[in-house]
Design a binder for this molecule. Structure first.
Ligand code: IPM
Ligand code: MN
Length: 360
């Protein structure tokens, strides 16, 4: 019995989460696993009423679940940073979800802004370290508000954080790289950094990457790219990539670029994973306030987040079947992936996936 915490969150979060849960139910009937969901109302509305973001007791409670499914966090009436830091980043840090797994996969029938590229070319995965870098909050102001003001926000990594992320990345590549999937001759892991300027942080990453690769993963091909060049190749030649691993800040930025190449935020799913603990799975788009309550938002990213959750829980057959159904829907049913132009409502799209899954 899997205990799943559901945090629908703000804006369109509840609408897309409902469809992910709908598909989860169908998957459980078909594949014979059992689960129960418990809903939590963390988000902007609760913050405005109570001043609470994610209280410490709630973090403790969340530790008792097998996984967390998150809709979206972000509210137009709450200043930037409060909910992001107070809920999303707090959960990632406190639950030590040190991996942010973000596949960049173009599904059939989905438009990409990349000319002459299709599902065969756009098919790689970014592993973003999820606890360090400029995200730790190390830094501060002096002389704030004066003409001499100084602001510092420091990128922080220690060897332990880097090594555990790399280990996950190597293992992931061995299991899911292009060779393992029958799509290429090698399983390739590329480190994305900036060794020419960030000569401390990415020097550490570079040394750790090559040491581990040589010693423990001689079967995996190693590559290195600077982050700026990576952005260029993600647009020009995405087919070069297999698995990419990088720090928190670069990972944040390049995965938005990746998401738009796979058809936009309606499709992009991510997992915040603690391989020894509780993960949190989310569509990586925001709360889309302007579409809230209209039933027009695309729920497929949330459905795919649910599939990633099942894969991480060990239900890989169910996860793969959901992905197959999503591909069927994008290829044969939806007119567009964009909100309001799908040709179906949010809940109808969930129904289409669930129905196809049940009939597989
Ligand atoms: C993401 C988001 C978050 C991040 C924000 C909302 C804090 O952009 O999940 O990519 O920067 O990690
Ligand atoms: Mn981001």
């Amino acid at each position: 019995m899997y205990k799943i915490a559901v945090i629908p969150g703000d804006g369109t979060g509840p609408e897309v989460t409902a469809e992910a849960v709908k598909v989860l139910k169908t998957a459980s009937e078909k594949f014979g696993f059992k689960y129960e969901t418990t809903e939590f109302n963390f988000g902007g509305e609760r913050y405005m009423k109570t001043g609470e973001t994610l209280p410490d007791e709630a973090v403790e409670e969340l530790r008792g679940f097998d996984s967390i499914l998150l809709g979206a966090i972000g509210h137009p009436d709450v200043p930037p940073g409060i909910l992001e830091k107070g809920i999303l980043l707090k959960a990632r840090f406190e639950l030590d979800q040190y991996i942010n797994l973000r596949p960049v996969r173009l599904y059939p029938g989905v438009d990409t802004p990349l000319k002459d590229k299709g599902p065969d070319e756009i098919d790689y995965c970014v592993i973003r370290e999820n606890t360090g870098d400029q995200y730790t909050g190390a830094g501060g102001f002096t002389l704030k508000g004066t003409p001499d003001e100084v602001a510092i926000q420091t990128a922080v990594y220690n060897r332990f954080q880097v090594d555990r992320c790399l280990k996950y990345a190597f293992e992931y590549t061995r299991k899911n790289g292009k060779k393992a999937r029958g799509k290429g001759e090698d399983n390739t892991l590329a480190l994305v950094g900036k060794t020419n300027v960030l000569t401390y942080i990415y020097d550490l990453w570079y040394r750790a990457f090559h040491e581990m690769g040589k010693k423990e993963y001689p079967d995996i091909k190693l590559e290195y790219y600077h982050v700026d060049a990576t952005c260029m190749w993600m647009v020009k030649s995405p087919e070069w990539f297999d698995v990419l691993v990088t720090g928190n800040m670069f990972g944040d930025i390049i995965t938005d670029l990746g998401a738009i190449t796979q058809g936009g935020m309606g499709l992009a799913a991510g997992g915040n994973i603690n391989p020894e603990g509780v993960g949190m799975f989310e569509p990586i788009g925001g709360s889309a306030p302007k579409y809230t309550g209209k039933g027009v938002i695309n729920p497929l990213a949330a459905v795919c987040a649910g599939a990633m959750m099942l894969d991480t829980l060990g239900e890989s057959k169910a996860a793969a079947a959901i992905e197959t159904s999503v591909k069927h829907i994008t290829a044969n049913k939806l007119e567009s992936m964009d909100a309001g132009r799908m040709g179906f409502s949010t809940s109808e799209v969930g129904d289409l996936v669930a129905q196809h899954l049940a009939d597989q």
